[in-house]
Design a protein around this ligand. Sequence first.
Ligand code: ZN
Ligand code: ZN
Ligand code: ZN
Length: 150
Amino acid sequence: MKAELSSGLEAVIEALRIAGCRITPQRRAVLAELVEQRGHINPAELSEQVAEKLPGMNAATVYRTLWLLDELGILTHTHLEDGVMYHQSERADHVHLSCSRCGSSEVLEAKDLTPLARLMQQRHGFAPDFTHFAIGGVCARCRAAPEKMR
Ligand SMILES: [Zn+2]
Ligand SMILES: [Zn+2]
Ligand SMILES: [Zn+2]
């Protein structure tokens, strides 16, 4: 059975062990913080949260652990205008609309893009993955802002 973050800390640690990863106290602290996360996982914010509990924590350990979990299929990542964001794999069925002006991000259900996916498949034989990259653009708030505010 594939481990998920929601399977809990010990299940995730077991999945990493099976994959041959060493579980250091630092890595355990990162994993403990991660299994508490329900929504989007911002690597910089996660680093700060872990560092609060484990002062002197190396941010590289956080980034490396996220990368490993991505390799194992427990997490997936999305590229936004302002960097990479992680999701639990079972919660990654949406597309981000990422504002190039203010960096805000809204979410669109992947199924709303089914007509576009079908068109790509028919015309190009291409099976798109809309969840890997955000769709860049300008959000409603920024579009409504007066010119001088931009
Ligand atoms: Zn998301
Ligand atoms: Zn905006
Ligand atoms: Zn990528």
